[in-house]
Ligand binder design. Structure first.
Ligand code: GLU
Length: 285
């Protein structure tokens, strides 16, 4: 029998400098891939053309080399594959599961007010449903007038289109367990923007499928987002990998590390005299 080898991926975004949490994710992927006799691919998630810069990508590759992270083959840079995401978006448009959403941030703030408007798992207010039924003509008029918009998935329609409960396989030291997906908790998520034919959610499912990823190992902060990924995979007829959402590395005061904090970046730790071995010890790998 022909057994296909497991394929893992590490998928950082060059929108800031990597911190020890990224080192942990990268090295854990390497360890899992080696333990499973699998391959590990690198994917540069740079669809945000404003925040992701060539200089940050250079620094990212340099930081990965410094900690001794090795991947297999050449890497995939998302900004070079917009046509793939466009095709997937086209399919969602064809199925009438997405709509152009025109509310600006401030309009949205006003609309949802300060009360107990429902929030998504990341704490952002759910997008109101007002624009789901805007007529084709009105949409046309607004878009031709140059009104900015984002493509949002009509989550209720998407869930009804699938017509069955979704789950994913979460693997860990105790084996594999099934997690029930609750995509409704996210409401009408953004799947593309006017000038970028994708969002993180759409690009990640398209690429995981195109790259033949069988095992997704990433931080727990993306645990609930997997429900959105399962919905998109199901609609687009893409295979579902198995998932492992690892713990996050916290700083001395118990806070999650973030790219916006310079003092905890791998670069500044390196400048302060830390060695790659220190980083490995720090993340227990
Ligand atoms: N690009 C994402 C990040 O840097 C990770 C996406 C993923 O692993 O699915 O947070």
């Amino acid at each position: 029998m022909l057994m296909t080898k497991p394929v893992f991926r590490f998928a950082p975004s060059p929108n800031g400098h990597l911190h020890p949490g990224h080192a942990y994710s990268a090295l854990l992927n390497r360890k899992f891939a080696d333990d499973h006799d699998g391959r590990l691919l690198l994917r540069i998630e740079d669809i945000d053309r404003e925040r992701c810069t060539p200089a940050l990508e250079r620094d990212l590759l340099d930081d990965l080399a410094w900690i001794g992270f090795e991947w297999d083959g050449t890497f995939r840079r998302q900004s070079e594959h917009f046509a793939d995401y466009s095709a997937a978006l086209g399919r969602l448009v064809e199925l009438d599961l997405v709509y152009p959403a025109f509310m600006s941030r401030s309009e949205l703030r006003q609309r949802v007010g300060t009360g107990d408007w429902p929030k998504d798992p990341d704490g952002a207010p759910l997008y109101p449903h007002d624009e789901r039924e805007i007529s084709r003509r009105e949409r046309q008029e607004r878009t031709t007038a140059g009104m900015p918009f984002a493509w949002r998935l009509n989550m209720d329609k998407a869930v009804a289109h699938i017509g069955a409960a979704l789950a994913w396989d979460e693997f860990g030291p105790e084996g594999v367990r099934q997690v029930a997906a609750k995509p409704e908790a996210w409401g009408d998520v953004v799947v593309a923007r006017r000038d970028t034919p994708t969002s993180y959610h759409l690009a990640v499912v398209v690429d995981d499928a195109l790259q033949g990823i069988t095992h997704v190992v990433r931080g727990r902060d993306l645990f609930f987002a997997t429900a959105v990924h399962r919905v998109l995979q199901q609609i687009l007829g893409l295979p579902a990998p198995v998932y492992h959402h690892h713990e996050l590395i916290l700083d001395a005061s118990g806070e999650k590390l973030s790219k916006s904090r310079r003092d905890t970046s791998l670069r500044s730790l390196r400048q302060a005299g830390k060695t790659p071995d220190d980083i490995r010890r720090m993340v227990n790998l």
